[in-house]
Design a protein around this ligand. Sequence first.
Ligand code: FAD
Length: 621
Amino acid sequence: MEAPALEVVDTDLLILGGGMAGCGAAFEAGYWGRDRGLRVTLVEKAAVERSGAVAMGLSAINCYMGMRHGENQPEDFVRYVRNDLMGLCREDLVYDIARHVDSTVHMFEKWGLPIFKTEDGRYKREGRWQIMIHGESYKPIVAEAARKAIGAENVHERLFVSHVLTDEATGRATGAVAFSVREHKVYVFRARAVISSAGGATGVFRPHAVGEGLGRIWYAPWNTGSAYSLAIKAGATMTQMEHRLVVTRFKDGYGPVGMWFLLFKGKVKNAYGELYEDTQQKAIAPYAPYDKVRPIPTPLRNHQMLTDRAEGRGPHYMRTDEALQALTMGLDPKAVREIESDAWEDFLDMTMSQALLWASQNIDPAKVPSELTLTEPYLMGSHSSATGAWVSGPEDLARDGYFWGYNRMTTVPGLFAAGDGVGGSAHKFSSGSYTEGRLAAKGAISYMTDNPGTFEHDPARVEEITGELFQPYRVFEEAHGSSTKEDINPNYFYPKQGLHRLQKIMDEYCAGVGANYITNEPTLRRGMELLEVFKEDMAKVAARDRHELLRCWELRDRIWCAEAHMRHILHREETRWPGYYYRMDHPKIDDEKWRVFVNSRYTGNDGGWEMSTHPCHTLVP
Ligand SMILES: Cc1cc2nc3c(=O)[nH]c(=O)nc-3n(C[C@H](O)[C@H](O)[C@H](O)COP(=O)(O)OP(=O)(O)OC[C@H]3O[C@@H](n4cnc5c(N)ncnc54)[C@H](O)[C@@H]3O)c2cc1C
């Protein structure tokens, strides 16, 4: 293999991942950094205009308080998030997002994002926290602002970031290494502070759809958990990595259900026409006091559906037919068309494949109900889920162990996190993730102001990483031709084959769909053994081209996420979120012992992980 070209880029603030959080960070850093003469650089593996979980567009902004009209206050939001997470959230982080998120949304509108309005000029709400948008161009609008803020020349696209660099003496984050997915080239970025905003993880678990449908999942298939793997490898403390997201979605098409539930007041009924949320109230009684919370926490709603199904009362249907008929009854045809166009836009904005699926199955949602099901698990810090780095909160909300100098800084000095990358604070969604990027950027600029100085990278370390990066090419070159069929070779496997292996382990041993979300300690321990063997075998992962090289590194990301997830689930000896997963050897919630955060830290080359717990403070009564 030819040696790759090497390019070194010097900057002050380095942002890894140009999704919602990364664009928010770039916008804010551009603003504050301009007068201070700071260079801000953003690195993205795809193209910022259409990257990340918002790539396809969205039909709603799911986090907006509406404080200027007195609609909600940050305290209300904290209570809501705490309940949905069944008691466990970093209230300082949640409050911090809530108090700033409205200003973010107002900027989006100023930049041209069309937002539905009511007759009195307020944003039209889909639900208490959600507002409706014409969001097919959401990401391009946000990306343009980021590009303008830091200068187009400082946005590096089509580069996959594989490692955060740290200074051995101080432990401080000093940059990152990336490889180009278009050229045979390695980039070394030297920076004074780094923000990790490279998104959550899909594909860690076997999805419902296999074979040709493999990529058909709810969450963006290109998000592979880099925000977690980069932080873990750099030695950052992680939190809530046992948490996960499992949501109810239209079966197989994964179309959004928010508008049907919230705006159209659609009801989900089981095969016998019963409202399972009512008939299965008994199923959640053992999880008091969270059974009385309204809205019912997401995992408990899942638990009700799973119980109903186990009792033989599935499938479950969203009664789109009944909802639309009730809404349009007695209206003139123009008004009916308006309601229907809102309904269809919800899908055309963000999940066109749902419309195709309906067409292929002869379903007209105005006349026929549609099946719902629970998704495979995802790791995500910004939805109804809270995996991510353990970060410092803002100073004014500091509590014991919640603040160490700079907002959103991880436990690695100079390494900040945002969006899906931050743990313990769910329900940020697109607007909250963007807001958190802004907060992280401000924190990082204060950090750089207080901690001047530049760093040289150890060339031996960079060389070592470069060697690792292209190892899959060498594996293929050396073993290629040693079997009669390229795809079957005892000396290597392809990343897609590796992905199937990972997903099988996670599905069967770590409470995936195939295991009905159930596990226990012996099952987890066996899964960990299999994961260890798989990690050893990863020395044999092979790439034939640049595309497969990217897939090899995405697989590595997912393995890091899988290991963290398993270790955390093993550590938390209770079932805190039934409906997300069940530890059947500890089937109850144990608030006395486990209303704490489970934290972990990868301790380096010895392969060790330190597990710990941290108290969860209540800030909002
Ligand atoms: C299907 C779906 C529907 C949603 N619906 C809504 C909704 O209706 N309303 C709402 O408000 N929110 C919604 N959300 C939530 C919202 O999209 C996320 O909260 C938000 O995008 C998280 O921001 P982020 O920056 O952390 O991650 P992302 O926006 O996903 O950005 C991560 C970025 O990092 C890049 N990246 C990843 N790995 C690397 C690497 N190794 N090197 C370089 N770059 C990398 C990615 O390409 C991407 O650009 C939805 C999410 C999904 C998945």
